[in-house]
Write a protein that binds this ligand. Structure first.
Ligand code: ZN
Length: 101
């Protein structure tokens, strides 16, 4: 099936296209889309992996580390922590945390 265009006269345009440049165009397109995708993922990742700081005691929640002692697995974004979770240092709720910059 793959070699059909070579013997088919239904698609004569294929042979007239500058072969190399069409390959380049294709690769460039892939590269372009790939880059956009990577940037999109990085943006998502960055947003999700923001650290949060406790307003009361200064404890910093790092999503990369999580809070395993309190059942929060490493890699858990702050948004995904259950509302029942409290600051491991001073015991206040999530509402007392803000994005750490
Ligand atoms: Zn605290």
């Amino acid at each position: 099936m793959m070699y059909l265009p070579l013997v088919s006269n239904k698609s004569p345009n294929i042979q007239q296209k500058p072969f190399l440049s069409s390959i380049f165009a294709e690769k460039f397109d892939l590269l372009n889309n790939g880059l956009i995708f990577v940037i999109y993922i990085m943006t998502l990742y960055k947003r999700k992996m923001e650290k949060y700081v406790c307003n009361l005691c200064g404890y910093i929640y790092d999503p990369a580390e999580g809070d395993p002692e309190n059942g929060i697995a490493p890699g858990t974004p702050f948004e995904d922590i259950p509302d029942t979770w409290t600051c491991p240092a001073c015991g206040v709720g999530k509402e007392h945390f803000e994005v750490f910059r």
